[in-house]
Design a protein around this ligand. Structure first.
Ligand code: NCD
Length: 326
């Protein structure tokens, strides 16, 4: 039987042979340049569909288990919105203290339970490597929504989509990552993902104790991408095309005194931004806790609120892909 779309007018059809059907999304290392172009193409279509008709039935009848062991506003609600805009439904598990996790259930058992009821599982968990453990236990696709200080692949995909939509390119970029590069999983994924593009330069600006991990720098270096570390933003801001600001990840510090030493180390405000170009963007995965002054929000270069919206379209694309509908 030929496969058919749920609605002949939609630009998507069911394709169980598609490369991403049934796949887990655990790391950005799974995404080559061509894959990114594909994700962005689908995300672009999703944006058009949302703008034209809001909600449509591509994933009607499908269920997402949204399993969050760590706090989340954007990732959790954008996955929920993505599933619902595609006509599917969601089992939300935000407060694991009210689930059997609080009785001591293991992650693999929780995953095996949820996949009896759902078609895809989105997981955020405090331990690095947990998404891979969950994916091993599951027959259904698992999407990593942040595994401790490890990776946050869907964030990096929406971050690169944002850069593409805002600046029109992913090659020839001078990218400055600022803040907590040690514990910030978003920058670990983004640096890896950007390292595939041509003529990329990565600047890392952070306090000494929050440097980018060697493991990530080694992987980026293998791709031949120049990287340099700085203590002060002034040295690199004038050449920067993308300034990616991060929050100091208080919850991940072993010694609270260390957090006190580095919190508030960098603050982006209209005055600081006078030194930056006009055709550049400022991004942040959010939440912010003081590292970008709200006084900067009305500047056209402030892309962080638009970035959140792009996340909806990228997550719609990923859900459709792993469920064989894109
Ligand atoms: C980030 C995260 O959870 O890693 N937030 C997000 O997903 N948008 C960044 C952070 O918590 O600082």
């Amino acid at each position: 039987m030929p496969t058919s779309s749920t609605n002949p007018h939609l630009p998507f059809g069911e394709n169980k042979n598609a490369e991403w059907y049934g796949k887990d999304i655990i790391s950005v290392k799974q995404f080559k340049r061509e894959d990114l172009e594909y994700v962005f193409g689908v995300a672009h279509e999703m944006r058009g569909m949302v703008e034209r008709i809001g909600t449509f039935d591509l994933l009607k009848g499908k269920i997402l288990a949204n399993l969050f062991y760590e706090p989340s506003t954007r990732t959790s609600s954008s996955f929920t919105a993505a599933m619902e805009r595609l006509g599917g439904s969601v089992i939300p598990i935000n407060e694991v203290k009210y689930s059997s996790v609080s009785k001591g259930e293991s992650l693999p058992d929780t995953i095996r339970t949820l996949e009896c009821y759902a078609d895809v599982i989105v997981l955020r968990h405090p331990e690095t490597g947990s998404a891979a453990i969950a994916a091993k236990a599951a027959r259904k696709p698992v999407i990593n929504a942040g595994d401790g200080v490890g990776e946050h692949p869907t964030q990096a995909l929406l971050d690169t989509f944002t850069i593409m939509e805002e600046l029109g390119r992913l090659d020839n970029l001078n990218v400055t990552m600022l803040g907590d590069l040690k514990y910030g999983r978003t920058v670990h994924s983004l640096a890896r993902l950007l390292s595939q593009f041509s003529n990329i330069k990565l600047n890392y600006v952070s306090p000494e104790i929050l440097r980018m991990p060697k493991e990530v720098m080694d992987e980026v270096a293998e791709k031949g991408v120049p990287q340099a570390e700085f203590n002060s933003l002034e040295q690199v801001l004038p050449q920067t095309d993308v300034l990616y600001v991060t929050r100091v990840q208080k919850e991940r510090f072993e010694d609270p005194a260390d957090y006190e030493k580095v919190k508030g180390a960098y603050v982006i405000d209209p005055d600081v931004m006078k030194a930056a170009k006009q055709d550049m963007i400022v991004m942040h995965p959010l939440p912010r806790v003081g590292e970008i002054s709200p006084d900067f929000d009305d500047d056209p270069r402030a892309a962080y609120f638009r970035q959140m919206e792009y996340g909806l379209y990228v997550r719609m694309a990923l859900l459709a892909m792993v469920l064989g509908k894109a």
